[in-house]
Ligand binder design. Structure first.
Ligand code: HEM
Length: 403
């Protein structure tokens, strides 16, 4: 089969849109007001010829405003996603409001236990990361994004789901095509159907005979007499890859970028491994992989003192909130020594990221292995213009290193 378009490149280009650093713009907007009314036509680059009427929309940029929205699911509904990502994912946990969300999350959480996490760490994550990092160590140079942070979270998810290694490349491709729906509707819809058919063939035998994997746990989970039907499981599985792989690959890359461009901090971490948990949190605060999420306002409401009309789209900018100078000193600096404080990269409230412990574990294992096996790690001095880019999703496209 010949592949004319590389979906990974296409998604990267559409996402980055040439944006290097949206933070100065967010800072100056936040200085004027914690909440701004925005024009969705401009926001999504829609032409004047769009026929349908767009709703009112706002962006919330302050830490207080963002936490208020995320902690008030009655005034700010997640059903916004039903008309966006829901079109390709199906009716997933992401777009549910209470009490439906609470029941569904209770069922899904059964697959994310401490015991499962320990097993994934020992059987999947550590061997995978060790083999990749060993290759880089033997060669004395490599690209930490292309070789390590990009491929490994998706392989972890495929391993958690019990998918054969031979399906991995195809599975990854469909998952990226799925989230490309915003700029290529047909490709996104086709990928949604292909993933559904693929998961149907994986789920059916596990309904009959459970295996030791996440799909089998979902197939047999029950809570208060409820179980998950096939479509609910497909919707969750279609969400899992973008939610779990796009984010973790970028957050690990951003942490590595922060350390590699601040060598004294990398040296301090090498000398004192107890700094690792706070270094990971600082990386996620400073450069969250996903800078914004969205809600519908269900009533007229005031956010951080600014009125928002009922029926508006509310963009919640975690990136800006994480750098609110009212909460953090020198908020634009990457500083692993700052006193740890709650950030909002994993959201807050009922939809707080279900995979945050998994994400932290994956990054911990990757960093421990790198610190152990690559003690002389530094950016390749011949590499040109290594940088983080993007607006909604942010990360460096490559991290060439010598070691
Ligand atoms: C650093 C990595 C990650 C970041 C920054 C992140 C961020 C987020 C955010 C902001 C949300 C809230 C979305 C919203 O309410 O609109 C979320 C939800 C979610 N995340 Fe993550 N995520 C990460 C890793 C993961 C991983 C590894 C998984 C699983 C494999 C995962 C699974 C989910 C799921 C299932 C939800 C939906 C929860 C719900 O709606 O109740 N995430 N994540």
């Amino acid at each position: 089969m010949t592949l004319d378009v590389d979906p990974f490149e296409a998604f990267e280009e559409a996402n980055a849109q040439g944006v290097r650093d949206p933070y100065p713009e967010w800072a100056s907007m936040r200085e004027q007001s914690p909440v701004h009314e925005i024009d969705l036509r401009e926001e999504y680059g829609l032409g004047e010829d769009v026929e349908f009427e767009l709703p009112r929309a706002y962006v919330v940029l302050s830490y207080d405003g963002v936490t208020q929205v995320l902690r008030d699911p009655e005034s700010f509904s997640s059903s916004y996603y039903a008309d966006t990502m829901g079109v390709v994912m199906g009716h997933s946990i992401l777009e549910m409001d209470e009490p439906e969300h609470h029941h569904y999350r209770g069922l899904i959480q059964q697959a994310f236990t401490r015991k499962a996490l320990d097993r994934w760490q020992d059987e999947l994550v550590r061997p995978m990361v060790e083999s990749i990092v060993s290759e880089i160590a033997d060669r004395g140079q490599g690209d930490l994004v292309r070789e390590l942070t990009f491929p490994f979270p998706v392989r972890v998810i495929a391993g958690m789901l019990g998918l054969p290694a031979s399906d991995l490349a195809q599975f990854h491709r469909w998952a990226v095509e799925l989230i490309s729906v915003g700029f290529d509707f047909e490709v996104g819809m086709a990928a949604s159907q292909k993933l559904r058919d693929y998961f149907a063939s994986v789920l059916a035998p596990r309904r009959v005979e459970p295996q030791d994997d996440l799909i089998s746990v979902l197939a047999h989970a029950s809570l208060d007499g409820r179980v998950l039907d096939d479509e609910q499981i497909f919707a969750f599985l279609r969400l899992l890859l973008p939610a779990g792989a796009e984010t973790t690959y970028r957050s690990s890359s951003n942490l590595l970028f922060g350390l590699l461009t601040n060598p004294p901090q990398l040296a301090a971490l090498q000398a004192d491994r107890s700094l690792l948990p706070q270094a990971i949190e600082e990386g996620i605060r400073w450069e969250p992989p996903l800078t914004g999420i969205a809600r519908w306002s269900t009533r007229d409401v005031s956010v951080d003192g600014v009125p928002i009309a009922a029926g508006s789209v509310v963009n919640v900018c975690m990136g800006a909130a994480n750098r609110d100078p009212k909460r953090w000193e020198r908020p634009d600096a990457f500083d692993i020594f700052r006193p740890p404080q709650q950030h909002v990269s994993f959201a807050l409230g009922p939809h707080t990221c279900l995979g945050m412990h998994l994400a932290r574990m994956e990054t911990t294992v990757a960093m421990e292995t790198i610190l152990d096996r690559l003690p002389k790690l530094r950016l390749d001095p011949t590499a040109d213009d290594v940088h983080i880019r993007g607006r909604a999703f942010r990360s460096p496209p490559s991290l060439p290193v010598v070691c």
